[in-house]
Design a protein around this ligand. Structure first.
Ligand code: PA5
Length: 446
């Protein structure tokens, strides 16, 4: 399998019997996904997306990506939450967190509309000066404030720069028929791509939402989808008592641990290129499960960096957390530690060793230390750092999230809690229609 679950570091905490006892719950959850009759079933479009996607649009994404590559130096992706995390995670995982600094024949890519920071916007505007710019505004609802504000600013920039040719530099990904953005795009004649009805934001990385920016970065989107197809085939199985399906095992283990009071899950990686993948994962699990007073709190760490900041807490702090460790089996670097004849730093015991081997050893040592400290560790081993493997892992986490959410008893596909801050912000900013709330909130703040 492209992704394996190694349970050696969690079995000291969870017995085989406990795991087996979860089988009926896993079966019930898997049936809900299969029969599409659980909570939020209207948003199960991601489940067969790797085979059941719009092939015509997929081809158009590739054409648009080529056009963008040829016509711009800077590509601004405007979106928030599920409308940017997936593409950013994939680009950083497969290319680099320093993608923009690499020697390449693809445009620099920046993300905007994922905050309300004036200084971030100023900086991006300055970066765009004297450069050819294209933008891709992404919003399923078409009404989210952060990307809408950024779109306004970048549209102004493009209209000043390209006059009536600005339209050619604007690409829109939104709902097929609803929302302000859709209406506006149709009128303005922007090239548009669709977020399918049945796919929620955090499950949308393998739709145009993620695929257009990913293709602009020069990543093979066919291979990415191929990996997801394989995962779809291998993971949509009948649950068995041996828990041979890693998605079912992962979903069951995290629910067992939660019931034991391990209410924080930390996703651990040992590669800086995986940091944004962790962010994508946090949204997927946090938004899918954190509701009705339930759910694990998803956090992440990047080791060995964070072993020197959060490692102390993990080793000896409150025993309320467990770790899910992501290991990449095949290293993609053969960097070696040089020999120093003078051995000034006493590190010659490492001379000639590959960095990958030392990193793997740091992981093994940490796994043992953390389980000794009372922290269960679920180890996930991904075959390599490739499009295919990443596509597989994306689908793995999506599928496991749905199963886990159903075991938990929540609707894994809605996010009602996200509205609370928006309403308050609108009311405080004086949006028409919110007058009553405005007064009440201002009174509370004063
Ligand atoms: O997963 C989700 O649905 C959310 O995180 C959305 O992606 C996020 O709120 C952005 O919404 P929209 O794409 O409608 O602008």
């Amino acid at each position: 399998m492209t992704l394996k679950l190694d349970d050696r570091f969690v079995t000291p905490f969870v017995s085989e019997d406990e795991l087996r006892a979860m089988l009926p719950e896993v079966k019930a959850a898997a049936d809900k996904v299969k029969n599409r009759d659980g909570k939020g079933a209207d948003f199960l479009g991601w489940q067969d997306l790797p085979v059941n996607y719009d092939k015509e649009e997929f081809a158009r994404i590739k054409i648009a990506a080529e056009k963008i590559k040829k016509s711009c130096d800077v590509f601004i992706v405007i979106g928030i939450g599920g409308s940017y995390l997936g593409s950013r995670a994939v680009i950083e995982f497969l290319k680099s967190p320093r993608y923009n600094l690499l020697k390449k024949d693809t445009p620099d890519i920046y993300f905007s509309g994922c905050n309300i920071s004036g200084s971030d916007l100023d900086e991006l505007m300055e970066i765009c000066e004297g450069k050819d710019v294209c933008i891709n505004v992404i919003s399923k609802s078409g009404t989210t404030t952060e990307p809408a504000v950024a779109f306004r600013c970048f549209r102004e920039l493009l209209e000043k720069k390209y006059k009536n040719k600005a339209t050619e530099h604007i690409f829109v990904t939104t709902d097929k028929s609803r929302g302000t953005l859709k209406e506006f795009s149709t009128k303005a004649g922007f090239e548009t791509f669709v977020v399918p009805d049945a796919v929620g934001g955090r499950y949308s990385v393998l739709t145009a939402v993620g695929l257009l920016p990913i293709a602009v970065a020069g990543i093979d989107i066919d291979a990415l989808m191929g990996g997801a197809q394989l995962a779809m085939k291998e993971l949509n199985t009948e649950p068995d008592a041996e828990f041979t399906n890693p998605a079912y095992k992962y979903a069951a283990l995290r629910n067992i641990l939660l019931r034991r009071g391990k209410c924080i899950e930390t996703l651990v990686d040992y590669e800086p290129y995986a940091v944004m993948f962790n962010e994508w994962w946090k949204q997927l699990y946090g938004e899918s499960e954190g509701k009705d007073g339930r759910g694990l709190f998803p956090t992440s760490v990047n080791f060995s960096t964070d072993l020197h900041s959060l490692g102390q807490y993990i080793q000896q702090g409150q025993r309320t957390l467990f770790e899910t460790v992501l290991a990449i089996d095949k290293a993609d670097s053969d960097a070696k530690i040089p020999n120093d004849p003078a051995n000034i730093d006493g590190l010659n015991f490492l001379s000639g060793k590959q960095m990958a081997e030392v990193n793997e050893t740091a992981m093994k040592g940490t796994l043992l230390a953390h389980i000794d400290g009372g922290v269960p560790n679920i180890l996930l081993r991904l075959a390599d750092r490739s499009e295919k493997s990443l596509g597989y892992m994306i689908y793995f986490f999506e599928y496991a999230c749905a199963i886990s959410g159903y075991i938990l008893g929540v609707n894994p596909f809605d996010q009602p809690g996200v509205e609370a801050y928006k309403k308050n912000m609108f009311a405080l900013l004086g949006k028409p229609g919110y007058e009553e709330m405005t007064e009440a909130l201002r009174a509370r703040l004063n």
